[in-house]
Design a protein around this ligand. Structure first.
Ligand code: SAH
Length: 284
């Protein structure tokens, strides 16, 4: 598989690099490195839209473009290097998360095998918040449950709930790349988009009146500020008796989130520590 490398430098760096990242993603790049020497994007040669690259170069000029280089990345070695640097994630003996290039056709002694295609979406399992929620989920019963996976990223949490027998999962993310990656990962794990699963792009505004009181479990791994702001909406779409799982924050934010959750009617927070990250599980 041939890859291309696009090296970009803008002076000043921002907003040029941020805009370049978005445009290059659109042009087919799937990996990005931001270094003091500039922004480097990588993509599979056959996925890169050369015409769009020319447009991007031109449109970046007014944003201070000072370097623009496109080169071929030699060889499989490069792929092999990146793939060998990309470990699988194991959550106890319950779940293993692999990428397609790990070629896991069986569960290898794990109760569940999840395949996640690494793209521009959060949720490969390598982050403590994802692993922490999965570990917490491992001890819960998901049979027949209706789940909201808010800020789904790769879709990993909702996919795990589906494997554990959840009846319905609604995946929501404000980021178009995440929506795409969730759809891709649903397919990869044998769940096409059907009545049980739905993926919506947006924030709480895409939770309509038909969703009110619908979910047995709401999971949101986002960040303190968004959780604080949106918690009342998570509560609105949760059933009267439900579970709320939150992550994306560290120890100092726990009291704040607990107080907010209590104001929304949630109680009995269990706190899991995953390195510096915290996972809160609340019930009502
Ligand atoms: N659920 C995955 C990804 C978590 S990362 C996991 O646990 O690994 C957080 C995700 O929330 C990102 O994909 C981001 O795009 C999304 N996000 C950020 N703000 C949001 C909002 N207001 N509403 C919904 N999703 C949001």
């Amino acid at each position: 598989m041939a890859w291309k490398r696009i090296h970009v430098r803008c002076t000043p760096e921002q907003p040029g690099h941020e805009i370049a990242t978005a445009w290059l993603a659109e042009a087919g790049c799937s990996m990005f490195e931001d270094t003091p020497q500039g922004l480097t994007a990588y993509g599979q040669a056959e996925e890169i839209d050369g015409g769009l690259l020319a447009t991007i170069e031109r449109d970046l000029a007014p944003l201070g473009l000072s370097e623009w280089r496109i080169s071929e990345v030699e060889d499989e070695n490069w792929n092999a290097r990146w793939e060998s640097d990309y470990p699988e994630v194991e959550v106890g003996r319950d779940v293993r998360i692999s990428a397609p290039f790990h070629h896991r056709s069986d569960s290898g002694g794990f109760a569940h095998q999840i395949t996640i295609q690494p793209r521009m979406a959060f949720g490969t399992g390598h982050h403590g918040t994802t692993a922490g929620i999965l570990a917490e989920m491992a001890g819960m019963d998901w049979t027949g449950q209706r789940i909201l996976d808010m800020g789904c990223g790769s879709g990993v949490l909702g996919i795990y709930a589906a494997m554990r027998g959840a009846a319905e999962v609604l995946f929501v993310d404000i980021d178009a790349w995440s929506v795409r990656n969730t759809l891709e990962n649903l397919e990869l794990n044998g769940f096409g988009q059907n009545g049980r699963f739905e993926v919506r792009e947006g924030g709480v505004s895409v939770l309509g009146s038909a969703d009110e009181g619908r979910f047995d479990v709401v999971i949101a791994n986002i960040n303190r500020n968004i959780l604080m702001e949106d918690m009342e909406h998570y509560s609105r779409v949760a059933r009267v008796e439900a579970t709320l799982m939150l992550s994306g924050f560290m120890a100092p934010d726990v009291p704040l989130l607990e107080t907010r959750a209590e104001a929304c009617g949630w109680a009995g927070p269990a706190v899991r520590n995953e390195g510096e990250w915290r996972v809160l599980t609340l019930r009502r």
